[in-house]
Design a protein around this ligand. Structure first.
Ligand SMILES: [Zn+2]
Length: 298
C-alpha cells in the first residue's frame, strides 16, 4: 500500500497531473475538440451557423417565412420545428436531407407547437419528443400515438398523428452532450407552446411566442394566459439572452417582450382600438402599439 502511494506521488510530481482535475493544462494530451461548422448551400433553405453548434434554418420562399433550428450537442441533436413543407422533395425528403448534411448525431424532433406551418415534415423524423403536459400525455394512446386536433393544426388536416418517443418534463435538464437545454411551457400563442432554454449560452428559442412580425392570439381568452407567460419569461431571463423566433428575421430583441406585453395588456383592458379583417376563415382584430402588433383571431 505504502509503496503504491509512493509511486503515485512520484507520478504526480513528475506530471503535475491529477486525474480528477481536467482543467489542469498538464493533464491535457489532446487538442481541444473544436467544432467545424458545416456550410450548406441549398435552393430552398437558407442555413446560417451561429455559436455554439446551432444552425438557423430559414425558408425565405415559404409563404410562412419559417425559421427552424438545429441545436447540436456532442451526442445528440434537437430539431426545433420542421417547417411548412412547401418545398419540393430532394432525395425523397423535404427537410431531413438537409439535416443529414449537417450532422450524423441522433436527432430528436421537438415542435415549438402544433400549428400546420411548423410540423409539415414531421414524418421524416423518426424520434419525436413532446413537452410533458398532462393533457398531452392523457391524449396519447397506450401505443404512444398522439392525434392532432383540427384546432391545434389551425389549417388543414396534416399531420394526422405522430408517435411520441420521449416526454420532456418542463424545466428539467436535457443533456445533449457538452450542452444542456431545458424546455419551458409558455402558453399564449398555443396551449402547448414550448420554449428551449440554453442557460450556458444564453439562448432562448421562442417558437411563435415572439418573432419579428405580428403575433397571433387564437381567441381573446388566451390574452391573459399570454401576459402571464410573458411575465414568467421577463422575470426569469434578461437582455443578455439572445432570442430566436420562428418566422421572419430570426433574432428577436429581448425588450420586444415588454412591447408585446404592453399590447396584450391594452387588449385585455380594452383600451386599444382594433382594425378588422378576415384571414383563414377567422375574423382578425389587429392591435398595434409602439410598433408591436398583435392579431387576435376569433
Ligand atoms: Zn403558430
Amino acid at each position: 500500500m505504502w509503496r503504491f502511494v509512493f509511486y503515485l506521488s512520484t507520478f504526480l510530481a513528475l506530471t503535475g497531473c491529477v486525474a480528477t482535475d481536467p482543467d489542469n493544462p498538464e493533464c491535457k494530451t489532446e487538442a481541444p475538440d473544436v467544432y467545424e461548422p458545416v456550410n450548406v448551400e441549398d435552393d430552398w433553405y437558407n442555413v446560417t451557423y451561429v455559436e455554439p453548434r446551432t444552425y438557423i434554418i430559414e425558408e425565405p420562399s415559404s409563404s410562412q417565412g419559417n425559421v427552424s433550428y438545429l441545436i447540436l450537442g456532442t451526442e445528440r441533436a434537437v430539431m426545433f420545428d420542421t417547417g411548412a413543407g412547401e418545398n419540393n422533395p430532394v432525395t425523397d425528403t423535404k427537410m431531413k436531407y438537409l439535416i443529414d448534411q449537417i450532422t450524423d448525431l441522433p436527432v430528436t424532433l421537438l415542435l415549438s407547437h402544433f400549428h400546420f406551418d411548423h410540423n409539415q415534415n414531421i414524418q421524416e423524423f423518426d424520434h419525436v419528443a413532446f413537452i410533458e403536459l398532462e393533457y398531452l400525455v392523457n391524449g396519447t394512446s397506450p401505443e404512444g400515438i398522439y392525434t392532432f386536433t383540427e384546432e391545434q393544426l389551425v389549417e388543414g388536416n396534416f399531420p394526422e398523428s405522430v408517435e411520441v418517443d420521449e416526454w420532456w418534463t418542463p424545466q428539467t435538464s436535457i443533456d445533449l452532450g457538452d450542452r444542456t437545454i431545458e424546455i419551458w411551457s409558455i402558453p399564449g400563442h398555443a396551449d402547448e407552446s414550448a420554449m428551449i432554454v440554453d442557460y450556458e449560452n444564453k439562448l432562448l428559442f421562442m417558437g411563435d411566442f415572439i418573432y419579428n412580425g405580428p403575433m397571433f392570439v387564437f381567441g381573446e381568452q388566451n390574452v391573459p394566459v399570454y401576459i402571464a407567460s410573458t411575465d414568467v419569461i421577463t422575470s426569469s431571463f434578461d437582455s443578455s439572452y439572445t432570442l430566436y423566433g420562428a418566422h421572419g428575421l430570426p433574432e428577436v430583441d429581448f425588450d420586444d417582450l415588454f412591447g408585446l406585453r404592453d399590447v396584450l395588456v391594452c387588449i385585455d383592458e380594452n383600451t386599444c382600438t382594433a382594425s378588422m379583417f378576415n384571414l383563414f376563415g377567422y375574423v382578425v382584430y389587429a392591435y398595434s402599439l409602439n410598433g408591436m402588433e398583435v392579431w387576435v383571431l376569433t
